[in-house]
Design a protein around this ligand. Sequence first.
Ligand code: G3P
Ligand code: MG
Length: 247
Amino acid sequence: MITKIIAHRGASKLAPENTMYAFVLAYKLGAEGIETDVQLTKDDVPVLIHDETVKRTTNSSGYVKDFTYEELKRLDAGSWFSPEFCDARIITLEEFLKWIKPKDLCINIELKNNKIEYNNLETIVYDMLKHHRLLERTTLSTFNPNSVKRLVKYQNNIEIAFLTSKRNPNLVEYAKNLGANALHVKYRLVNQQLMEQAQKQNMPVRVYTVNKFKRMAHCYHLNCDGIFTDVPYKALTFRKVFQFNKQ
Ligand code: G3P
Ligand code: MG
């Protein structure tokens, strides 16, 4: 089993997160998958942005849910990172799916509905993935246990991951009971015991956000199914070194 390298919000250390710049770069650097975050606009367009508000990553302020997509796409989503990215824009999930479809990349769409319960977000995203025939290589993830429950009806067609940063000795059982078939955990939660429990239940475990060599080594050693990293090139190069040293 080889630990998959998944670019967290794209290659977000080198380009503004969740923009085409970060996604294209992740692909060019050899990432094997891309993780991105989805919120809903006022007119129910799923868009890729991590925060509920546009303040941190654009030149404006206010909640994503209070902008129409027409309004949102005019914002500068790159200058906060560096002036050379001033033409970066917030993109729709649809644009992202069209771009990724011909590429050999796995997809993780994180539903950002743990602070705002967007109406129908699960169905909107699922239907779009189905329309683009991308269900098979996509994982839908969320921190919101109620959202996992709402996703259960799609369980046989798509992988559903429960995301968590909270310690729980019965985490695997808890996630399984919610209806999840994968587990995405914060780095501090991953250990041999969790991996064994998850393996017994046939549940892949992926870990966020792994940027340091020492942490990468720990995840590779434990045979985690994937790591989310802001530095996919570093993770890929180090994985080669790690495997070589193991021989
Ligand atoms: O999906 C893994 C990770 O992205 C979860 O945390 O806050 O970076 O979206 P966050
Ligand atoms: Mg995320």
